[in-house]
Design a protein around this ligand. Structure first.
Ligand code: DAH
Length: 339
């Protein structure tokens, strides 16, 4: 009997070692310690032993039972810990990128488009700059050649925290932060959230996203601006994509323009997608205004630059044929899991 118990102990150790699930563990517990289990049946046969053998074997049987119980408890703890670790890994969320579930292979449609745009600019030697979402009216307006009295401020009414501190209405203030910190040559893009006092509907949101671009160096001209933006458009929309530049006004650039892309659905004849225009507005751009450069301590006689700002949300809607801007922000898995 002693030998049998010794065998059981060894067998239990090997079997328990290999256990990978709670169900298997319970199986083993029943097989050894249950009512009809191997240890239990040995204990039941104690009556057949002689008076000398009984206490010795009995003590040993109890020892083996305690040993197996101990193994089961520690295995169970080990399995619980593994299950918890797996759950934590499964439920871990990448908070740096909204809506991005790498583990499921899904990515937010806006992250997809943003990464494409970033790739294009990084390959042209641009760096990525970040700026604050809560900024001052100085950076958001004044330093961008929009003094307090400037009527263009009204077009970008925003959320004020105090008279001076506000939620930025555009990513353009990052231009100022960059130019104050670094000296030319500068080549940066700056994606980020911006805020305006807009009612929510299918095409408007009080929070949306822009990608700002800024290049400052000696001898930068409008040709550099056009070449750079055409490269972007071709890489994103295909080699056949056609762009046009329309004169426009922005206080912080002179001259200023808006760039359109020829409608890729109707190729210029006018359709629902382009609202009959034949062209789709893509971004605002221009040559950095001398006042803006000199305000940042950069001599406009020596340096020149171009800047642009494009709307990431609308670009994403067009790219995937999404009809309602709200879908981008509602975090509805039925929508997000399609990407
Ligand atoms: N900040 C402008 C807006 O939100 C967009 C823009 C226009 C950015 C021209 C620029 C630029 O950098 O040069 O309407």
């Amino acid at each position: 009997m002693q030998n049998m118990l010794e065998e059981i102990r060894k067998k239990a150790l090997t079997e328990l070692d290999a256990v990978t699930s709670g169900a298997l563990l319970e199986d083993i517990r029943v097989r050894y310690l249950g009512k009809k289990g191997e240890i239990t049946s040995i204990l039941k046969q104690m009556g057949r032993l002689s008076d000398e053998e009984r206490p010795v074997i009995g003590a040993f049987a109890n020892e083996v039972r305690t040993y197996i119980e101990g193994l089961i408890v520690s295995k169970s703890e080990q399995l619980d810990k593994l299950a918890l670790e797996a759950r934590i890994a499964r439920e871990r969320i990448d908070v740096t990128l909204p809506g991005r579930r790498r583990d499921l292979g899904h990515r937010h449609p806006m992250s997809i488009v943003l990464d494409e745009v970033k790739d294009v600019f990084l390959s042209m030697g641009f760096e990525i700059a970040e700026g604050p979402e809560v900024d001052t009216e100085h950076y958001n307006f004044s330093a961008l050649n929009m003094p307090q009295w400037h009527p263009a401020r009204d077009m970008q009414d925003t959320f004020y925290i105090t008279d001076e501190v506000l939620l930025r209405t555009q990513t353009s203030p990052v231009q100022i932060h960059v130019m104050e910190k670094k000296k030319p040559p500068l080549r940066v893009i700056s994606p980020g959230r911006v805020f305006r006092k807009d009612e929510v509907d299918a095409t408007h949101s009080p929070m949306f996203h822009q990608i700002e671009g800024l290049v400052v160096d000696k001898g930068i001209t409008m040709a550099d601006l056009k070449g750079t933006l055409e490269t972007l458009v071709r890489r994103i929309y295909g080699e056949g994509a056609v762009t046009r530049f329309r004169p426009h006004h922005f206080a912080f650039t002179e001259p200023s323009a808006e760039a359109d892309i020829m409608c890729f659905s109707c190729h210029g004849s006018g359709c629902r997608l382009c609202k009959g225009e034949g062209w789709i507005e893509l971004l605002g751009c221009g040559m950095v205004h001398p006042n803006v450069l000199s305000g940042c301590g950069i001599d406009p006689e020596e340096y020149s630059g171009f800047a642009f700002g494009l709307g990431l949300d609308r670009m994403t809607l067009r790219r995937f044929g999404i009809s309602d801007l709200r879908l981008l922000f509602e975090n509805d898995m039925r929508f997000l899991s399609q990407f």
